[in-house]
Write a protein that binds this ligand. Structure first.
Ligand code: ACO
Length: 330
């Protein structure tokens, strides 16, 4: 069974409730219809009920009738969720009036439903920017204990015949959120990416902290940052198999590893690649996806206190369907 099949079966058995904040967005609705027709999760759609029903009817999405619809214009809904937001944000100067207005924003409302325990997870971003989805999640869901930096990893599934990682599966992070992490943030990204490897991809992490230098072969502030991040990550998670700084070839290719980092128990067999900055990570995962033909599942937002995932605005309905399944697995 491949990873996606495994996650699909797991979602079906978990029967989690997922809130889709963009309930009137056609690709989202089509993905929700498939999730419902296959019995993979309970679906909550945020949006105008009449609009959702009309769209579902015109597209022939017969399973949408099984979704729960939450209307952000319903005063009773705002009465329930605005006080939760006010409590979270009043120290930042939010007034009651602002909390009622913000709670009616579907992205905030979705996060508030998760915060209140009325939904397990949220998926959004087919029509909102990454920044808007992330800000709502940061402010409402917040980070889980021990982590104060949210980051985004991709589960990369290699094409047939390319056997890097474990059974062709690798984790790459951060590819989505933190532009210029300092050493402490980079260490957290490493620990979170290892957890994603273990908990979502089902592989035992071997984490490579990537750089343009392997074990002192190059010099510079950027190298120092990766060395320091590796040290902090060791402190945070002493049991974790992690090493750095390593170049990408030393991390992945056994014969190169034997020359450049012979004493490393990660080099040559890494299955979690941690990039020194968002610029590197975002470019690298897209190159692997496009040039090597790998599937990129994600980004998996890691470090939040509850699962929320952001979609690309260019996502197809199949991408949204997969993201829903993955989020229900988190
Ligand atoms: N983890 C946890 N909390 C965070 C993080 C983070 N990584 N970043 C910001 N926050 C918190 C802030 O502390 C703040 O909290 P507060 O209001 O309680 O004080 C809140 O979130 C909002 O902070 P802002 O300063 O408004 O947000 P910021 O300007 O830092 O923007 C953002 C955050 C939008 C995520 C920014 O870092 C960003 O744009 N990152 C790049 C996103 C991107 O473009 N990715 C590439 C595309 S995605 C793809 O290709 C897959």
């Amino acid at each position: 069974m491949d990873l996606l099949q495994h996650m699909t079966e797991r979602a079906r058995s978990l029967q989690r409730s997922v809130v889709l904040a963009e309930g009137t967005e056609p690709r989202t609705l089509r993905a929700a219809n498939r999730v419902l027709s296959e019995g993979l999760a309970q679906v909550i759609l945020i949006g105008d009920a009449a609009e959702i029903k009309a769209l579902a009817a015109s597209e022939g999405l017969e399973s949408i009738g099984a979704a729960k619809i939450v209307d952000p214009k319903d005063p009773a809904i705002i009465d329930r969720y605005a006080p939760i937001l006010l409590e979270l944000r009043k120290s930042k100067g939010m007034t009651e009036e602002q909390s009622r207005k913000t709670a009616a924003d579907p992205l905030y409302l979705g996060c508030l439903m998760v915060k209140a325990g009325d939904a397990y997870c949220m998926v959004a971003g087919a029509e909102n920017t990454t920044g808007d989805v992330l800000r709502a999640a940061f402010q409402v869901i917040k980070t889980r204990p021990g982590i104060d930096v949210v980051s985004g990893a991709f589960i990369m599934i290699m094409p047939e015949g390319v056997d890097y990682g474990t059974n062709g599966v690798m984790i790459m992070g951060d590819c989505a959120v933190v532009p210029n992490p300092d050493a402490r943030q980079l260490a957290q990204i490493a620990v979170s990416s290892a957890e994603t490897a273990r908990n979502i991809a089902g592989i035992e992490p071997r984490v490579a902290m990537l750089s343009y230098s392997t074990k002192g072969s190059g010099k510079g502030e950027d190298v120092d940052k990766v060395v320091e991040a590796t040290r902090i990550a060791h402190e945070m998670a002493p049991e974790l198999n992690i090493d750095g700084e390593l170049q990408a070839d030393a991390a992945l290719v056994p014969v190169v590893a034997a020359k450049k980092a012979p004493d490393s128990n990660v080099a040559g067999q890494a299955n979690v690649l941690v990039f020194p900055s968002l610029e590197v990570g975002n470019i690298a995962y897209k190159l692997v996806q496009r040039i090597a033909g790998a599937q990129a599942v994600g980004p998996v937002l890691q470090g939040l206190a509850a699962p929320v995932n952001d979609l690309s605005r260019g996502a197809s309905w199949e991408d949204i369907y997969k993201t829903i399944i993955m989020t229900c697995n988190q």
